[in-house]
Design a protein around this ligand. Sequence first.
Ligand code: NDP
Length: 288
Amino acid sequence: MTAQLLDGNALGQKLRAGFKQRAEELAAQGMRPGLAVILVGEDPASQVYVRNKVNACQQAGFHSDKFTFPADVAPQVVLDKIAELNADPKIHGILVQLPLPRQFDADAVLDAIAAEKDVDGFRAENVGALMQGQPCFIPCTPYGVMKFFEDAGISLKGKEAVVVGRSNIVGKPMAMLLLHAGATVTICHSQTRDLAEHCRRADILVAAVGRPKMITGDMVKPGAVVIDVGINRLQDGPDAGKLCGDVDFASVKDVAAFITPVPGGVGPMTITMLLANTLESAERALNA
Ligand code: NDP
């Protein structure tokens, strides 16, 4: 292996230790940071993500509330809960775990969250502010990726960055943050012609697709920084049931200069930055 590992567990722990201290300082002033998580339905992956987020809050000394609803709940019931949480002074961040069941208009649900509690940064208003470089909250997954660059001293100015995936929650905000940091950014997606050619030009390559091991060593420029956002559960073969990313770690690690593992890369950083945003929201509430 030539690539240096970007370890999300280690970086996450380092940052979370600082958050815990800040949370204690806030609590001493009567303001314990609080996160409310809403889960609709029984999707096993979503249940794991929600449990991890609630546990992370508890470990950092935050207050956390979890609200679960059956998959067939009427959307108005969830909207009413959001309205209640918007008015609750103990809560500084509200997170609705995605995806939502079909009867929901996800955009309408996200837009129901008060702007000052939108710690995922998914409200349309926040997305617009992100484009202008002044977001209220930076979406957690791309925010965590930017922390890897900062911590490892990886400069982005003038670099060719390629983001594979154009979702509203990962690909697009990721591209915007890289652009603001001075990179020249290409966004690839399912209609992109010759994905491999685009990837091979990348100094910084971010894969956020949801297809196991689709980025292989021959698609990576020697010395590139490769960030694997994908979380996939392998269906067949000897590793069936195990998690893997969108990047074929085995072949890419010998070509890249830096690489994130799955698990233990971007995932823990997403939760870490959720804590960061909740803490920031609580600090703003105290100063308001
Ligand atoms: P989406 O399904 O919303 O988006 C996937 C994107 O990949 C789409 O833009 C799609 O293109 C593109 N795509 C699909 N197939 C190809 C292909 N063959 N070539 C190029 N692009 C393709 O997924 P998310 O953005 O929500 O998530 C992506 C992955 O990241 C998933 O594995 C998810 O589990 C993981 N994830 C991980 C997080 C973490 O904390 N580590 C947090 C959030 C997500 P098009 O738009 O044209 O359809």
